[in-house]
Design a protein around this ligand. Structure first.
Ligand SMILES: [Cu+2]
Length: 278
């Protein structure tokens, strides 16, 4: 490699690192070097993180106990120390113990997990029901029930093509921004019905701990109750074709009054566009 080439490589390396460092955390979306879950915004998301920590704790205790006993036995009872092997047969005590202990561990894991799973699946008594239709490559939203009933619109990626093709600097919410976001009121139970118009997609928002397949010809549902006002971002989570990475989900969680105002605005503009068509 000649000098000019080496210098060029060093420069491009430095430039690439500089660009990577310029990326910041995205509130309501992914953070830089995030290793854990996103900050939870729903009770279910909090439960899931606690479950995750609980299971990791149990796994760590099992790991340390099993490998501790194993290493101790291997080191202390080796032949070179002159240890003579035991030659007993059948031990009722040991057999009962190694049946009862794993059974107790399973109960400690299954009980909280089942409780959360049942709560996740309970989509009854929703305040607002919204149908999310996955299509190549955008989302369609129809407010079916509750305040805002009748509103429907399409939500597509709004990141400019130049940013994707690297001819322009990338924005803060690169590939996680849309032209029209889903708007919901805070602290209300929102039921999302998912389906698709062409291939299988999946609707999800990590901060809500929600992820549900959207399957053509089928109707699935999920729910969330956001506890904090803000903008939350997700993606399509089922490989659906060449622009799978370009159909993000953006949810604006707003106050009760702001939601009412938004609904009124939407209704007004829908009436206006209907008049124009006449
Ligand atoms: Cu998709």
């Amino acid at each position: 490699m000649n000098d000019a080439k080496r210098r060029w490589l060093a420069l491009s390396g430095w430039l690439l690192c500089g660009q990577a460092l310029a990326v910041g955390d995205l509130p309501g979306g992914p953070a830089v070097r995030e290793l854990n879950f996103q900050t939870p915004v729903t009770a279910i998301a909090t439960d899931i993180i606690q479950l995750h920590n609980w299971m990791m704790g149990i796994c760590t205790v099992i790991f340390v106990a099993v490998f501790g006993v194993m290493l101790y036995s291997v080191m202390k009872h080796r032949k070179s120390l002159g240890h003579r092997p035991a030659s007993f047969h059948e031990s009722t005590t040991v057999e009962i113990l190694w049946t009862v202990v794993p059974f107790l561990i399973i109960i400690l894991m299954a009980y909280p997990a089942t409780k959360t799973m049942v709560a996740m699946k309970d989509t009854s008594n929703a305040d607002i029901t919204i149908k999310a239709t996955g299509m190549q490559w955008k989302w369609g939203y129809d407010y079916l029930k509750g305040e805002g009933e009748g509103i429907s619109f399409l939500s597509a990626l709004s990141t400019p093509r130049e940013q994707i093709q690297n001819t322009a600097a990338k924005g803060d919410a690169y590939l996680l921004e849309v032209d029209r976001a889903l708007v919901v009121p805070v602290k209300r139970k929102i039921r999302i019905i998912t389906t698709a118009a062409d291939v299988i997609h999946a609707w999800g928002v990590p901060a809500f701990a929600v992820k549900q397949d959207a399957i053509p010809g089928f109707v699935r549902d999920t729910w969330f109750r956001a506890e904090r006002i803000g903008v939350y971002r997700g993606n399509c989570y089922e490989l659906c074709g060449k622009e799978h990475a370009f159909m993000p989900i953006v949810v604006h969680v707003v106050s009760e009054e702001d939601y009412r105002r938004w609904v009124a605005d939407q209704k007004k503009s829908q009436v206006a566009s209907a008049d124009k068509r006449k």
